[in-house]
Design a binder for this molecule. Sequence first.
Ligand code: BGC
Length: 878
Amino acid sequence: MRHILVLLGVCMILSVRGAEAQPSYPFQDSTLTVEARLNDLVERMTLEEKIDLLAGYEDFYLHPCERLGIPAFKMADGPLGVSSWGIWGRATAFPAALALAASWDKELAEKTGRMYAQEWRARGIHFMLAPGANIYRASKGARNFEYFGEDPYLSSEMLVPFVKAVQAGGVIPTIKHYIGNDQEFDRYTVSTEMDERTLREIYLPPFKAAVQRADIKAVMTGYNPFQGTYCTENSFVIDILKKEWGFKGMLMSDWACTYSADKAAKNGLDLEMGSNDWFVREKLLPLIQDGTITEELINEKVRRIYGPCIEMGFFDRPQLCKDIPLFNPDANRLALEEAEKGIILLKNADGVLPLKSPKKIAVIGPTANPYVISDRVYNTNGIVYGGGGSSRVHPWYVISDLDGIRNEFPDAEIYYAEGVSNQFKRRLFRTSVFRTRDGKKGLEAKYYTCSSDTGTLSSRLLEQQAKAAGRSSAGQTSSVSRQQADGNLILSMVEPRIDNEWWGYPHNEKNLGEEYQVEWDGYVDVHQTDSLRFFVDAQGGYKLWLDDQLMLDASKSQSFDVRNVAVAVEKGSSVHVRLTYYNQRSLPSEIRMGYAYDSDIDFSEAKQVAKQADVVICCLGLDGSIELEGRDRPFDLPFGQDRLVDELLQVNPNVVVVLHAGGGVGMTRWIDRVPAVLHAFYPGQEGGNALAHILSGKVNPSAKLPFTIEKRWEDSPACGNYDETRREKKVYYREGIFTGYRGYEHNQVQPLFPFGYGLSYTTFSYSGLEVKVDDRKKGDVTVRFSVRNDGKREGAEVVQLYVSDPKSGEPRPVKELKGFEKVSLKPGETQTVTLKLTQDDFSYFSSKKRKWVFEKGDFVIRVGASSQDIRLEETIRL
Ligand code: BGC
């Protein structure tokens, strides 16, 4: 009978890839131990077959071993649902991981993990390329929405139940991106430089928790080098993972970032994904033959890859569960619940929310209804249910904010206007018209190489141009640049527009070398007397001259830099435009330029709509075309959004701002003048309904910030050490452990909204703090207190526990999160919360001793509603 079952299982597995049925071998026998099965398998596979397994197959599969009847196990990206560029078809679009973190709800994380496993099993997919566990170091990080925020403790607490639930559901989650891939700018080459204490205290803990507390079976490396060595071959960080923490599963590369066979193989990479360049027969067989690596090393990798697959049952049962629906009402409901629990109420002056039966609602803004406008739901441009990149799910449906509001307020008149589009500049870049000096359509483009002595020519050139522009006439400036650069001119042509994204060399011109410069020269013929606004978006340094006046200078920047400038123009005249662009080969290199007349940037329709409404729901923020992997995003809102708020406030003071973004954005230009603000992240396919339920009061908001929102980018602890210095291709985490709220508190900078902050439609009071030292030596402490719902509505409060060590051998943060709980309370209800602390919660990683130390002495226990709203505190002696 057992054999029949085994055989049945095998047949079902084989049917997944349509391979021939095979006799059963011990490795297929589910009654044997994993170890015994692995031994048999490793022995049975030829060396070539084993090597084949070590590099992925057709992008999102493990290599099959058809001779032994082992199919190609499947993988799908996953922080926001089943994704991977749509290859697995449509799926449920869940809110961003950051929104899940904002719920501070461990049970919800567990429930989400369970549902994700079902989504994967419904499609027969074995691996989930999620969760993301990098740290929100800076608001500009364009992948923060895929991660769990700025605090290692919160990230770990949310990740662990999620990972356990995914694995319990029969799917292998893959925690990523190990390690120091906390920015997207230059992610392929920038080396992350941080001291060991920072690494241990801030960046490693979520990975460690997933390994040690959730027994995660797969880890993905970052693209980046860490301290000069690519994560895929970095023995320092891989040894921590495998030797120190005892990680037994597989370490896979991020897509196409394996750079060697011998080093990567020896230092611990098990699986090359996204490329088949290194862990292949041609590279590994000679290394085995010449003794550089052993077959035993290959066997170990096979064990690490197939071990978890056997453990998870991939060899014994079909991964496809046909009884789980692809379009799953339970998943849809969970997507809604998650979104409702992840939207944060940031401001609510005079209780303007929930809305009091409004008769006329104006819904305005670029993120309110993006799908209708582009009419291309599956295009990244404008998507707001998720960010862009590999995490983008192709959903069955999307409820935009406008849809949700219409659903929730059926009796109200709903008006809508886009106000300003997030695609506004994109259109300009595509459509702006230029002519050359001699009347051809387009601009003269010249591509120069910079000398290999680290691009000095280019800097010199830019400097000379600036100097010349300052002291002499324009014509001379141009000729200076031409003379200087001519020696290095590689390409010259007329181009119709400036709208470039190069993932390599422009025009495939390799002779441009590591660093290059481009100069565009052309004219704009003016058709109306107005002010003409020029927009430049670039990744790479640039300067813009208009009529030979230097108007924009972003030459020091290599990261994503977005600027605009206006000049007064008269009908019939022309503007001479010259743009120089300097790139140090960050990928992608991007440079775009376009223009519009100010009078064409028109808010009158939005104002008209706003004027007649009782309340304006103004949906601002970013979208999947702005926030996605591969490059970072600006802190300030896209062009026109701040102005939209101003314009709306002129006609209606009742403006409720809804933000969609994967983190903090600049809001100081209007925050004091609008009565209410909600942060709705990328809320998934049910986002509009969730938002509307909060607006109407059907749902009481309960989410809190998993990151700090600064007033201005300059206030961020990472500012100055993020994307500013690029020549050496290193990013120094100079703020060290003082990142996020640890940094704001240490630097005594007041943020706009602190970590852990979020409002409710009710209020909570805290009382009765008791801190009991259970075991002084071990550092076991029990913290108990009560929280009461003082208002008239049912609600949930996230109670937070912070620990401080006022006197310590090495500097420590003012406070650190070490416990939290989400408590649901009826009006008037009180609940006692008990939180436990152990020695680890009081320890720090000593840079001097290079180990965790627990220093005896006084510790302050603080309990509150946010990192800045401490309600109870007590000092204990340990
Ligand atoms: C991303 C990974 C993703 C992989 C496969 C890479 O570009 O960085 O997070 O899992 O692609 O889509």
